[in-house]
Design a protein around this ligand. Structure first.
Ligand SMILES: [Zn+2]
Length: 306
């Protein structure tokens, strides 16, 4: 039976309801060489983010996939503290973000080293925290993979083949996502282990549908950007119209505690917009309850469970 691997242990579909596939609790967008990078008092993160978790739970969300990988201040120990304080499961990634956020050890490592590191985090734990990684987050430079990003993606595809884990990539252009999917399939990993994060940033919807037909997940995760509701409703409707609703993921890419800001930056952007504001509008546009349940519960679980 498939399970989502969370900070609070493996969860089956029956344990969970609606899931947000891309929201951040803790992110540092400075690079690894900056003073104070990735550092915070876990209690301060709990103070800022626990109320946001409580609000989103009250709005019906039962788990969040947290996409902050190595390079943007991943802190599995802090996410675990937030989860324990709220009794709310988060899904923490292994993997590495894109250039120029790659730390020197990633440049120095070879593909096999990186794959073995990812497999260890996916099957044992992250950095002695007791938290098992739930998925693999990677990234691509806007116009195409750099050599180092391609090495990370090949390692991720190897780790995905070995563990059944899902790879999600920050990728803003369709031709880059197409090349990534080709690379993943070329090493024998299935297309449905690939989540194209930020698909909506590619203006050519034909590429969204092309990759979805091949089996990849198309993540529209900019919901909540001012004035964008109609655009996202249109994107979702067009996916549903061509029978690709079972490949769509919806998110906001919101949050978070930022160690570069005093107090983590306040206020964080709430995680409730999608449930409380957007879904009623989507329903008003004619999308029925069963489809919304598929988009919010079935799809994210299926995409990230193994
Ligand atoms: Zn993000």
């Amino acid at each position: 039976m498939p399970h989502l691997i969370t900070t609070l242990g493996p969860k089956s579909a029956g344990d969970l309801g609606a899931i947000l596939p891309h929201e951040h609790v803790f992110v540092d967008l400075r690079t690894w060489d900056q003073p104070g990078y990735g550092e915070a008092d876990p209690a301060d993160v709990v103070t800022l983010m626990a109320p946001e978790i409580e609000r989103v739970r009250a709005a019906g969300i039962t788990a969040i996939i947290e996409p902050s990988a190595i390079g943007v201040g991943r802190r599995a120990d802090i996410l675990l503290e937030v989860s324990r304080a709220t009794d709310f499961p988060l899904v923490v990634p292994t993997g590495v973000y894109r250039e120029p956020w790659l730390p020197p050890w990633v440049h120095a490592a070879n593909e096999v080293d990186l794959r073995d590191w990812m497999v260890d985090e996916l099957t044992i734990q992250i950095e002695e925290t007791g938290v098992q990684a739930g998925w693999i987050k990677v990234g691509a430079t806007d116009d195409g993979l750099t050599d180092a990003e391609a090495k990370v993606l090949r390692a991720a595809a190897g780790a995905a083949s070995e563990t059944g884990a899902t790879i999600g990539s920050h990728t803003v252009r369709g031709h880059v996502a197409r090349a990534q999917l080709g690379l993943i399939e070329s090493v024998g990993a299935p297309a449905d282990c690939f989540v194209w994060i930020h698909s909506h940033q590619e203006p050519d919807i034909a590429i969204h549908h092309e990759l979805a037909r091949r089996g990849a997940w198309i993540e529209y995760d900019g919901i909540g950007e001012p004035g964008s509701d109609d655009h996202f409703i249109d994107l979702i409707q067009r996916g549903l119209d061509v029978g690709l609703g079972e490949r769509l993921l919806l998110g906001m890419d919101r949050g978070w505690y930022d160690p570069a800001q005093p107090g983590g930056g306040t206020p964080p952007k709430p995680f409730t917009y999608l449930s409380e504001r957007f879904l009623p509008r989507l329903a008003d546009s004619g999308v029925g309850d069963a489809t919304i349940d598929m988009l919010m519960r079935h799809n994210p679980f299926t995409a990230f469970a193994r």
